[in-house]
Design a binder for this molecule. Structure first.
Ligand code: PLP
Length: 250
């Protein structure tokens, strides 16, 4: 599948193959079946690709760029009004985009600052349920990468837990790329340990949030096995499902 911009009619075979990878990885690490959720990352792929993947049985989709996502959602609602999809925002959140994100997504994985969390909470529409959020952690402390530092994460989690229209569900991380399962394990292990420490602190200081702080959003096409071995509950998969991406236009 390398170098191929996947056609919509590959959807079913690609989805089955990714589900098999998730199942095998879960089994290999003694995780119960069904404990890892697949988020299909559809950035740069059009509505036809999303619809084909939905028809193959996938219901949750992740997007990085707000305008692209809104256009795609509108087109899908138009073409297939009965299709109920769950949309997750996984890209950097700019503060002038928080209202649209709070209105058009069920989840945001990429919260990294309190200001952004406050705006998302204030702008989440009354008639919608709480916005499900993860705190993004820059687990390798890479200077140019998104996410709060591991050291900042506990305080930030406690502060976000007090926001009324958000449900803080866990951590999201994108480790630096590394080749091979063994090399990939340590960064995911650090995220898992941080998640555990934050959950324990929340259980003391914000028990309602602590009780549902159950999400580790980590693992992509190249490292999902290592992420699952370290406890990932959501893997975010683009390339293996849709094919190689063309560069993003804007
Ligand atoms: C693009 C992207 C993915 C998917 O990556 P693949 O390697 O194509 O599976 C996952 N998470 C985030 C945050 C992304 O931006």
């Amino acid at each position: 599948m390398n170098g191929e911009h996947g056609k919509p009619n590959d959807a079913s075979a690609r989805l089955t193959a990714v589900q098999a990878r998730i199942r095998a990885a879960s089994e290999a690490s003694g995780r119960p079946q069904g404990s890892v959720r697949l988020l299909a990352v559809s950035k740069t792929f059009d509505s036809a690709h999303v619809i084909a993947m939905a028809d193959a049985g996938q219901d949750a989709f992740g997007e990085n760029y707000l305008q692209e996502a809104l256009d795609k959602q509108a087109r899908i609602a138009d073409e297939r009004p009965a299709l109920a999809l769950e949309w997750h925002f996984i890209g950097p959140v700019q503060s002038n985009k928080t209202r649209q994100i709070a209105t058009h997504f069920a989840w945001v994985h990429s919260v990294e600052r309190l200001r952004i969390a406050e705006r998302l909470s204030a702008q989440r529409p009354e008639e919608m349920g709480a916005l499900q959020v993860c705190l993004q952690v820059n687990v390798d402390d890479e200077p140019s990468k998104s996410g709060c530092t591991p050291a900042e994460a506990p305080e930030l989690a406690v502060a976000i837990a007090s926001l009324p229209r958000l449900a803080l569900r866990g951590l999201m991380a994108i480790p630096a790329p590394r080749e091979g399962f063994d090399a990939q394990l340590p960064a995911f292990e650090r995220v898992k340990a941080l998640h555990e420490a934050i959950r324990e602190r929340l259980m003391r200081e914000a028990p309602e949030t602590g009780a549902r702080f159950d999400t580790l959003s980590m693992g992509m096409t190249g490292d999902l096995e290592a992420a699952i071995a370290q406890g990932a509950t959501i893997v975010r998969i683009g390339t293996a499902l849709f094919g190689q991406r063309k560069a993003h236009a804007g």
